[in-house]
Design a protein around this ligand. Structure first.
Ligand code: HEC
Length: 114
């Protein structure tokens, strides 16, 4: 009887912990201390990790050119979907670090400041 109770209690706790963890989107993200703008940080990240291919004359030219603010802003949602899913940068190219992904998210949260 005692064993059954322990088993149920343990299973319940593990389940609860799993639910809490999966519902918490990103505990590290705090955009209030991170003023992400295109010129202060986004451009450097995009130039280093995307523009090698996504530029005029690059291998991904037809899929989006991200060389300037005006080119990046309207493509943000598509770009973030690919980055967040881990599909971009293309395999073989350096991935974005957590900090760089934060810059993307905070740029969006801040309303795409230039
Ligand atoms: C090594 C070259 C390369 C790099 C670096 C790269 N891409 Fe791509 N990207 C491609 C190619 C090639 C495709 C098309 C084939 C595919 O989807 O895999 C593509 C497709 C995409 C698409 C899909 C476009 C569509 O309409 O379906 C998006 C969005 C995208 N890339 C965003 C990015 C972002 C954002 C970065 C930087 C964080 C990045 N890519 C870095 C080569 C690259």
């Amino acid at each position: 009887m005692k064993k059954t109770f322990l088993f149920v209690a343990t299973t319940f706790s593990i389940g609860l912990a799993a639910i809490i963890t999966s519902c918490n989107p990103d505990p590290k993200l705090d955009c209030s201390t991170y003023n992400s703008t295109y010129n202060t940080n986004m451009k450097a990240i995009i130039d280093a990790k995307c523009v090698t291919c996504h530029k005029a004359g690059g291998s991904a030219e037809s899929l989006g050119i991200y060389s300037t603010y005006a080119q990046m802003k309207p493509n943000f949602s598509k770009a973030w979907t690919e980055v967040d899913a881990g599909r971009m940068p293309q395999s073989g190219s350096p991935k974005l670090t957590d900090k760089e992904k934060e810059a993307f998210e905070c740029w969006k949260n801040g309303g795409f400041k230039e």
